[in-house]
Design a protein around this ligand. Structure first.
Ligand code: HEC
Ligand code: HEC
Length: 352
């Protein structure tokens, strides 16, 4: 059942129609009588984007500093690949925002893979991984790139055999897992735990949410109003990570990649060409974007949303054309830029 207006639009309208929190904050003191309710509406809206404290780790795989350190060593260790030359960090490179800067990933034997490498960040809060969500945990995900013939191309028992042969790994595994022998479970558990610790730093947007009014320029604040209102972006890019962890067909040019549709019964039309909503934090402002890197820059992304995507049965009902002026487009981009934190320095691990 399609609501006449999505809830974020209604909320922003409430905010703006009640006198306009933006107007109020920009023209201080102009409308005392309406400051109350409009501030209230904006406060409620902002609360939905407030970042949580701490990082959740599953009960079945609790974090310890030793496990994180082991996971980090494994993440950067090319011995996890058959050729001995590719590590997780080859594609998820910290100096490229935990991705590779490419339109699409390059795998084993320099083959171009069908999809773009997503950054591994803020995944501790995720519920489905890969563009099509085919992994239900980071532990399950970690096995996929290692064993995929076109990625690291290593059977898990060969990984285990190799790691057991490296004397320096034995004490690291013992500190992390006690007497449990080096095995597929401990390797993937450590990789998952390390990745859960990769969290975006505090962005200007977060400081604004916390009440630092000057942290955002007027353009980014207008961009937030558009994002949560008229442009309807927050219907899918919701919450502090700017993703609903769900799958949508946004009407991009479709090849033969069905995305989530591969795992849904053919009767579930909406999942055809549906991909996971990516987080918009720490977006690489220079692109490329989307699961296959088909949109080169942010102008192209915004133009796509202005047009509303290709009309086809699987197109999300949240997608519809929207008119945005040149100024409004710049405001949206300014808002997206405000979601990026200064990149934190990453120290490389000493490999055993
Ligand atoms: C050859 C490049 C490459 C290598 C090596 C690689 N990845 Fe990836 N990674 C990708 C690509 C491409 C995807 C998206 C795959 C898809 O959706 O089908 C991905 C997806 C992921 C995701 C899912 C992120 C999300 O938002 O759902 C995680 C987590 C991840 N990789 C972790 C790892 C780990 C851990 C390793 C090492 C064991 C690794 N990757 C090695 C390219 C790579
Ligand atoms: C119907 C849900 C939905 C709506 C509405 C929506 N998005 Fe998206 N967005 C997605 C999905 C899903 C993807 C990934 C699509 C793919 O790769 O096939 C995406 C991708 C993106 C990307 C690329 C990110 C990356 O890492 O490649 C940007 C930027 C973006 N959206 C911004 C916006 C903006 C701005 C708006 C509002 C104008 C918006 N989105 C509205 C679901 C949505």
């Amino acid at each position: 059942m399609r609501p006449i207006l999505p809830i974020p639009v209604l909320i922003t309208w409430a905010v703006l129609v009640c006198g306009g929190a933006y107007a109020v904050t920009m023209r201080a003191g102009s409308a005392t009588a309406i400051v109350g309710p409009s501030q209230q509406g904006l406060t409620t809206l902002k609360e939905r984007f407030r970042r949580p404290d701490g990082v959740p780790h599953p009960k079945a795989n609790p974090a310890t500093p030793e496990k994180v350190a082991l996971g980090k060593a494994l993440f950067f260790d090319p011995r996890l690949s058959r050729s001995g030359s590719v590590s997780c960090a080859t594609c998820h490179n910290p100096s490229l925002g935990w991705s590779d800067g490419l339109t699409r990933a390059v795998g084993f034997g320099m083959v171009s893979l069908p999809r773009r490498t997503p950054p591994v960040r803020n995944l501790a809060w995720g519920s489905a991984f890969q563009w099509d969500g085919r992994a239900d945990s980071l532990e399950a995900q970690a096995r996929m790139p290692i064993t995929a013939p076109d990625e690291m191309n290593m059977p898990m028992d060969l990984v285990v055999e190799r790691l057991r042969a490296v004397p320096g790994y034995a004490p690291l595994f013992r500190d992390a897992f006690g007497e449990e022998p080096i095995g597929a479970r401990t390797v993937t558990a450590a990789l998952a735990t390390f990745q859960r610790t990769l969290v975006s730093g505090e962005a200007p947007f977060d400081r604004w949410i916390k009440g630092e009014e000057e942290a955002l320029g007027a353009d980014a604040r207008r961009g937030f109003a558009l994002f949560t209102g008229k442009a309807n972006c927050a219907a899918c890019h919701s919450g502090w990570r700017f993703t609903d962890d769900s799958f949508h067909d946004i009407g991009l040019e479709a090849g033969d990649d069905l995305g989530r549709g591969k795992f849904a019964p053919p009767s579930v039309t909406a999942m055809r060409h549906a991909f996971k909503t990516p987080s918009l934090r720490d977006l690489r402002m220079q692109g490329p974007y989307m699961h296959d890197g088909q949109l080169a820059n942010l102008d192209a992304v915004i133009e796509h949303y202005v047009r509303g995507g290709e009309r086809r049965p699987s197109l999300s009902f949240e997608m519809r054309p929207v008119e945005l002026s040149a100024q409004e487009r710049r405001d949206l981009v300014a808002f997206l830029a405000s979601l990026a934190a200064e990149p934190a320095a990453v120290t490389l691990p000493q490999l055993p």
